[in-house]
Design a protein around this ligand. Structure first.
Ligand code: ADP
Length: 198
């Protein structure tokens, strides 16, 4: 098995239309607590998966922030996607300046929990290649650099202990977002093992 770092891809694209060379078999939805659809990536996934997803989700009774639920991919199955993992990221409420160590804020813990829950579900359901959007960094306003550190830190840690998923794709919606992920990944030795504040 490759090293965890070699099992990560940072790509730019629409998570509902992953190119076949990515090999994506499961995608993560940044949903809201209703699980009944919304704007951003959630709206795009509901449109692409078709009305059966909404009908299915009406039976799930929603999902609390920080947790995740798995569904079939419905119309997305034609694109090789078998599962959708719906997770509810936290709304960022801590303002602009954040001189606080990652992990100290309630929002950090909830976002980390989203990644952990999705990875656990992916392992449980044998999802080979899992694609994540940048959860909470759109309408929910989580700072992108901070969110990328939480995402990469958790995924790298999980892949070090599990063979499934074999690969994780960070599906960035813009080149700028992908640049943030690449920078965070390249500088991981500075922030991942640091005990310093900031
Ligand atoms: P949240 O409410 O969790 O912030 P959003 O959907 O508003 O969710 O945004 C989360 C991230 O998903 C943002 O970085 C946004 O640019 C990105 N995004 C929006 N649509 C798509 C899509 N179709 N594919 C991949 N990423 C997307």
């Amino acid at each position: 098995m490759d090293l965890p770092i070699d099992r990560i891809r940072i790509e730019v694209g629409d998570i509902t239309t992953p190119p076949s060379e990515w090999g994506v078999t499961g995608i993560v939805n940044a949903a809201n607590e209703s699980l009944l659809g919304g704007g951003g990536v959630d709206g795009a996934i509901h449109r692409a998966a078709g009305p059966r997803l909404l009908e299915h989700n009406k039976m799930l009774g929603g999902c609390p922030t920080g947790l995740a639920k798995i569904t079939p991919a419905f119309d997305l199955e034609g694109r090789g996607i078998r599962h959708i993992l719906h997770t509810v990221g936290p709304v960022w409420q801590s303002g602009d300046a954040v001189p606080i160590k990652i992990g100290d804020l309630h929002e950090d813990v909830l976002l980390a929990s989203c990644y952990q829950q999705c990875l656990d579900l992916a392992a449980e359901h044998s999802i080979d290649v899992l694609a994540f959007p940048a959860i909470s960094t759109g309408v929910y306003r989580f700072p992108k650099d901070r969110a990328a550190k939480i995402a990469l830190g958790h995924v790298l840690g999980f892949l070090a202990r599990h063979n499934t998923p074999r690969r994780v794709v960070f599906c960035c919606f813009s080149e700028a977002d992908a640049a943030t992920y690449r920078h965070v990944l390249d500088s991981r030795n500075e922030w991942m093992f640091s005990r310093q504040r900031g």
